[in-house]
Design a protein around this ligand. Structure first.
Ligand code: ATP
Ligand code: MG
Length: 390
């Protein structure tokens, strides 16, 4: 294979930013160009603020001309968001361009209903679900899945914005109010009573080998990922089961790079897949400091045809806690940066170079400590200090 030095990334948000930071931190020497939807006159995107990153612009991430330009500029093109024009990427790949992960995987995953079907067809465990339309459809879905259910938009959703918990007494009108009249894109999932949510982040290299990071627990608030505990405090049997399921799930898709598998550990001790992300993921941010090689560096290594680095936790610490920093108002961050270091552990704040908006992820903080209670205590103290900024 010819040497890969130029990497294109569709999307220019915080995930692209952390990929670019990993390229610089690990001196991988890749030249990164990101495709975003802003304008050259506007503020620099989170990814373009990183030294060395080149930025190009499109009307949207479905802009065929812009995607083509990005792909033609680079030796390999990857994504930091799955809501992109997978068909254009498919055509470009068939013309001989290197696109990772595969456009087919993007196409399957970017529609949550299609993704569920894909997993179910391969015998992988998912919550019960059904497509439906309108008030009558909702009644049928309730008869099948239970009176209370989760209604989701199959496309375009992120950070829980396409989800609505529909309790038994909720009328169709309230569902319609959130998703719009006659929305053809809805489906319903049975409500899973889970003990906890888990995530397995794994990375596949060009030769098809998959390495996984330790299983983590994710804690969501209002459907948004809030806290990640690494490693998940579950027994070794459950951890092995989650890891095996994560690996089997990644094998159901193709292409090089990081995939994340979000899971439910339910009250009957079963592990079900919630959804798959074909990219670096919020549940892997802790790996920047907490693992020997971060998910970002390993993603770049994978797509550049380099050997993967170790996915083990760094030695000296047994626990990491990552907390997302969400805006609570509209405005600018005042720029103070907390770089406090404690005696028995360490605190690492990350800011994404974004303006504040309510519920917008503008940064995260990772704490490493000797054990989980210590890490959780420190994360709480850190959050209290940082909350004033948000
Ligand atoms: P994100 O971008 O944070 O992954 P998303 O928009 O893709 O969010 P989902 O992963 O589908 O949304 O759901 C977000 C959260 O909502 C889940 O992590 C879980 O806490 C809750 N949730 C989703 N589906 C179900 C379900 N079927 N039963 C119970 N809880 C659910
Ligand atoms: Mg999710």
């Amino acid at each position: 294979m010819s040497e890969i030095t130029r990497v294109g990334i569709v999307g220019d948000g915080q995930l692209g930013r952390m990929l670019a930071e990993a390229n610089n931190a690990a001196s991988l020497g890749l030249e990164i160009t990101v495709l975003g939807t802003g304008s050259p006159d506007g503020p620099k995107s989170p990814a373009a603020q990183i030294p060395g990153v080149r930025q190009i612009y499109g009307e949207s991430l479905y802009d065929e001309e812009a995607l083509t330009r990005l792909v033609e500029l680079n030796d390999v093109t990857t994504i930091e968001v799955e809501h992109v024009d997978a068909v254009t990427l498919y055509n470009l790949r068939n013309d001989g361009h290197n696109i990772q992960p595969s456009p087919e995987s993007l196409f399957t995953i970017q529609n949550k209903y299609r993704q569920k079907k894909h997993l179910e067809d391969r015998g992988l465990p998912v919550a019960r679900y059904t497509g439906f339309r309108g008030a009558v459809g909702l009644a049928h879905a309730r008869a099948y899945l239970g009176q209370a259910l989760m209604v989701k938009s199959a496309t375009g959703a992120y950070d829980g914005r396409g989800n609505l918990l529909v309790p038994a007494n909720m009328e169709w009108a309230s569902v319609e109010e959130k998703f719009g009249k006659d929305n053809p894109n809805l489906y319903a999932e049975g409500l899973v009573s889970f003990q906890r949510e888990l995530s397995v982040v794994g990375v596949r290299d060009m030769a098809g080998r998959i390495a996984t990071y330790p299983v983590v627990q994710t804690i969501h608030q209002d459907n948004i990922c809030h806290t990640v505990l690494a490693p998940a405090e579950i027994g070794s049997r459950a951890a092995r089961e989650a890891e095996d399921l994560g690996r089997a799930t990644i094998e159901a898709f193709d292409g090089a790079g990081v995939f994340a598998v979000e899971m439910f550990h339910d009250e009957d001790d079963r592990i079900l897949i919630n959804e798959v992300a074909p990219r670096v993921h919020n549940s892997g941010h802790w790996t920047i400091e907490g693992a020997e090689t971060s998910q970002f560096e390993n993603h770049l290594r994978a797509i550049a045809g380099l050997p993967l680095g170790s996915t083990q936790m760094v030695s000296g610490y047994d626990a990491a806690v990552m907390v997302n920093l969400l805006g609570t108002r509209t405005g600018e961050l005042d720029g103070r940066i907390v770089t406090d270091m404690r005696v028995d552990g360490m605190l690492y704040p990350h800011w994404y170079g974004k303006t504040l908006r309510p519920a917008r992820k503008v940064g995260h903080v990772t704490v490493l400590a000797a054990n989980m209670p210590a890490a959780e205590d420190m994360a709480e103290v850190a959050l209290e200090e940082l909350e004033d900024l948000l």
